[in-house]
Ligand binder design. Structure first.
Ligand code: NAP
Length: 549
């Protein structure tokens, strides 16, 4: 496709909205001056990478929000369709843009039929957009289906109001036919073409980014995949060719599924710094929505000036993960449920302990481009204990025989501890005990047994489950308790141990330790472990407070 209005050549400057009437141009039918739409070059010279969507229950609230947001972000979108009477906001927007000439604004009044909230007709939407343009909004956003319903004269009239045009397309179901949608937008010759799809898989992000990369020289494109799995496109889309991306003003004020707030995009994902050489990492599994791995690794990358970004990769399908890993390409993975074992056969090689346990939680892409696996869970269980007691000959009870229980049993048996395994399903414990050269113990034997350490490697006590301890007080006959559960920090088991005057190790220590070793494997640099601990504890305390209120 040849470039047309989608990429014009001459920048057009614009007088201040207050002087709009005085600007040169021809009179249109209704007597108002006809103005040349602002060029994409002019717009691009004014904007950053993030456009913040502004909503509000009333015009006054919308403008208050705009005031607040524009202190940090000079590029905003007025979502006029969120107002019961959008026209009432126009004089306030005009005044705001007059006073804040550094702000660039999009006016959007998307109808309900095309995924917005405006209940009016196309004619009413056009009237609002025209007025917004005359009030000084630099861009107006028109949905493709609306543009296709309009008469050429209607479009001409909107264009004559001086704002640059974005033609948008939203697919709330899937990511498909992106080129076909682009071909439908092209005849309208807008200054910007916005295509928003929905990611149902991680690979959908690849489809979106490939599209952006393929078409970036033909148009000023904005491309995003919505939904929980679309985070990758929101963070990496700019690098692929999206001119800018959209963010919400604050968490909880999203105008699209999966939208991220502006501060998080900037501070956690550092999208202003992402460039062609930024290495991409992520935590892969299900669920990873509340994983704290992105928090600690993005913080560590920033602190240690590593040009890297760390993303949540939510999927249950190994093929989906492998496609993303290959196509982005990813330089490292923190692997969690359900992939810790399954990933092994897709790796070039793994360290000895991963092979022995049959589970790996860390993947790195080496210089040769191949993927290698490590297990940092083992060291993250062994080292905190080694710091507190000699492990050789220590009697250690491991509750649970899943991934974490296996890491504990193998790791501690290797240190010559006398390991006992107890599990809800006894056969699994028996099998693990056999494999790890440990001993099987039944639950009903615990009350009359003594240990040096008891480790909880079951999910019992996790915030997402009902508060419970995996053991009763009479079964807690030990010198030290290690609960691998880290959210909450003070689990019922930890509280029970403290009540008995026993020293404890919390799951946070394990979490930070395994993350720190991952950071070192990926970057070759020492991890800022204290800082990692600080941000995790802070986040968990915030989480606890939020759950209390
Ligand atoms: P997993 O592979 O699913 O294994 C879970 C184990 O817990 C299984 O042995 C299971 O017994 C047992 N279990 C599950 N629900 C139970 C219940 N209601 N009562 C008694 N036993 C129960 O999980 P995993 O990967 O080993 O992780 C276990 C926990 O360790 C996680 O939930 C997490 O909190 C913690 N963890 C923490 C870190 C960290 O960095 N701090 C790292 C990894 C894991 P059955 O065999 O009978 O199903």
């Amino acid at each position: 496709m040849k470039t047309g209005g989608l990429l014009e050549s001459a920048p057009v400057t614009r007088p201040h909205p207050a002087g709009a009437g005085a600007r040169g141009g021809t009179a249109s039918e209704d007597g108002s001056a006809s103005r040349t739409p602002l060029s994409s070059y002019y717009i691009r010279s004014r904007i950053g990478k993030i456009c913040v969507a502004i909503t509000g229950a009333s015009p006054a609230e919308m403008l208050r929000n705009a005031e607040e947001i524009s202190r940090e972000n000079h590029f905003v979108e007025f979502r006029l369709d969120y107002l019961a009477n959008p026209i009432a906001a126009i004089p306030k927007i005009k005044q705001f843009l007059y006073e804040r000439s550094e702000v660039t604004a999009i006016a959007t009044c998307r109808r309900a039929a095309t995924g917005g909230k405006f209940k009016g007709t196309i004619a009413a939407e056009l009237e609002i957009l025209e007025k917004a343009a005359l009030a000084g909004c630099h861009l107006v956003d028109l949905e493709l289906q609306t543009a296709e319903h309009m008469k050429p004269a209607q479009l001409q009239r909107l264009r004559s109001r001086g704002a640059a045009l974005i033609i948008s397309y939203h697919d709330f179901e899937s990511t498909k036919d992106l080129d076909r949608v682009f071909e439908r937008i092209h005849p309208f010759q807008p200054e910007f073409a916005k295509i928003v799809s929905t990611a149902k898989t991680l690979a959908d992000n690849v489809t979106m980014m490939r599209f952006l990369d393929r078409r970036r020289d033909e148009a000023n494109l904005i491309g995003i995949s919505m939904g929980e799995q679309g985070t990758i496109s929101r963070v990496l889309g700019l690098r692929a060719g999206s001119v800018f991306t959209f963010a919400s003003a604050h968490a909880g004020e999203e105008t699209g599924p999966g939208q991220i707030d502006a501060r998080t995009l900037r501070e956690t994902w550092r999208i202003d710094q992402i460039d062609a050489s930024t290495k991409v990492y992520g935590v892969a599994g299900n669920p990873v929505r509340h994983s704290l791995s992105p928090l600690i690794h993005n913080m560590a990358f920033r602190r240690e000036t590593v040009n890297g970004v760390f993303l949540p990769l939510q999927t249950t399908r190994m093929n989906d993960l492998l496609t993303l890993t290959r196509e982005v390409p990813l330089h490292g993975l923190a692997v969690t449920m359900p992939f810790k074992s399954e990933i092994l056969r897709h790796l070039e090689r793994t360290d000895a302990i991963s092979e022995k346990i049959g589970a790996c939680n860390t993947v790195v892409r080496a210089q040769d481009g191949k993927l290698y696996g490590f297990n940092t869970d083992v060291a993250a269980i062994v080292r905190p204990l080694e710091r507190r007691l000699p492990l050789s000959g220590a009697k250690i009870l491991v509750l649970g025989a899943g991934g974490a229980g296996r890491a504990a049993a193998f790791g501690l048996a290797e240190k010559r501890a006398e390991v006992f395994v107890c599990n809800r399903t006894p056969e699994t414990a028996r099998k693990l005990a056999r494999q790890a050269k440990a001993k099987f113990i039944r639950r009903d034997q615990l009350a009359k047994s003594n240990f040096d350490v008891i480790i909880n490697a079951t999910p019992v006590g996790m915030r997402s489950l009902k508060p419970a301890s995996p053991l009763e007080p009479k079964e807690l006959n030990t010198r030290l308790v290690f609960d691998l559960v880290y959210n909450p920090i003070d689990t019922p088991l930890i509280r029970m141990a403290r009540e008995k005057g026993l020293p404890v190790v919390t799951g946070v220590e394990m979490f930070v330790h395994q993350g720190a070793r991952q950071f070192e494997i990926w970057t070759g640099k020492p991890a800022p472990e204290e800082e990692m601990l600080r941000v995790v504890v802070h986040a968990l305390r915030q989480d606890a407070n939020a759950n209390r209120t």
